[in-house]
Design a protein around this ligand. Structure first.
Ligand SMILES: C[S@@+](CC[C@H](N)C(=O)[O-])C[C@H]1O[C@@H](n2cnc3c(N)ncnc32)[C@H](O)[C@@H]1O
Length: 302
């Protein structure tokens, strides 16, 4: 048996993933980059398709490129998260699709045809790029990839000039970091981010010797970073597409652990998220510094 590629982390029992399959999702630490695989070298690919159209078509196109002619691809997704659009997407590449429904998912199986349609278009549309309006590197699929998030925007407007050593947790393509680095008193800034695409974009966007970008899970930092003067963050509240309040709360606990006594955390949060109690549990002082358009900005000091 040759190489199987797996994109994403299907729920247990949803599909059989062979032992030794190569993980190629940018959201899994240590995964390989699908775009860097030699064409036609894989035998099979199992793709848990992401919901965004450009991102999904890019992943499918990269997988079609990586799998040999005659190899098998299974592309699947929850029915209400793009699953019902998979058949059409695959047919648009010139694939003949066998579709089945199971456990609220659609599974589309194809054999990699010799001739493919619109492969280059999909590869170009989903590729990393520098946006003309902002001059920033980004890629479809990363958080708020082509527009400024409103929570981020409110934090940018509210942040004071920071000093010393700091971290940006869940840093995305580095928008908050860019603002923080305008402060001359900032000596070091570490960006922690789970999405490898965002990590690469942030590295392009932040050409500054004070910066270190780390591909890591904020929940697993342990003692790698300590004694910081400040943390900035717009914590995620989705994990694998599901709302996950515990994720944002874990970011808050981690931020408190990274700071020296007296260090401050600036964070932005959607107003409906229950962060205040966990902030008060882990910080000595918690102040609401701004509120607008459904978002709240807190400054919290340990
Ligand atoms: C709400 S976005 C904020 C991005 C950026 N700071 C901004 O304001 O534009 C949250 C970011 O956290 C990242 N993320 C999600 N889970 C993570 C985790 N466990 N560890 C590190 N980063 C994570 C996401 O990929 C996303 O880029």
């Amino acid at each position: 048996m040759g190489q199987t590629l797996i994109y994403g982390r299907p729920a247990p029992g949803l599909i059989e993933v062979p032992v030794g399959a190569l993980q190629v999702s940018p959201l899994v630490l240590g995964s390989s980059d699908l775009a860097k695989l030699e064409p036609g070298t894989a035998d099979t690919a199992l793709i848990l398709a992401p919901p965004g159209t450009l991102e999904r078509d890019y992943v499918i196109a990269q997988a079609l490129r990586a799998v040999r002619v005659g190899g098998e691809l299974t592309v699947f997704a929850p029915k209400d998260k793009g699953g019902s659009r998979l058949r059409k997407a695959l047919e648009s590449f010139g694939c003949e699709v066998f579709e089945e429904a199971r456990r609220h998912h659609r599974f589309c199986q194809i054999e990699r045809p010799h001739v493919l349609q619109r492969l280059d278009l999909a590869l170009a549309a989903g590729a990393p790029r520098r946006l003309d309006d902002t001059g920033l590197w980004t890629q479809p699929g990363v958080f708020s990839w082509d527009r400024l998030d409103r929570g981020t925007e409110l934090l940018l407007r509210t942040l004071p000039e920071l000093k010393g050593r700091g971290a940006d947790l869940g840093a995305g393509i580095g928008i908050l970091a860019l603002k923080v680095l305008t402060g001359e008193g900032v000596s070091d800034l570490v960006l922690v981010e789970l999405d490898r695409r965002a990590v690469l974009a942030a590295e392009h966007n932040l050409d500054d010797p004070r910066v270190r970008v780390v591909w890591a899970d904020v929940r697993q930092l342990e003692d790698q970073i300590t004694g910081l003067d400040f943390v900035v963050m717009n914590p995620p509240f989705h994990d694998g597409g599901q709302e996950d309040r515990a994720l944002g709360q874990a970011f808050i606990r981690t931020a408190a652990g990274l700071l020296r006594k007296g260090g401050v955390c600036w964070l932005t949060a959607n107003r409906h998220l229950p962060y205040e109690a966990v902030l008060k549990d882990h910080f000595r002082r918690v102040d609401l510094r701004a509120e607008d358009g459904g978002y709240k900005i807190y400054e919290a000091q340990v």
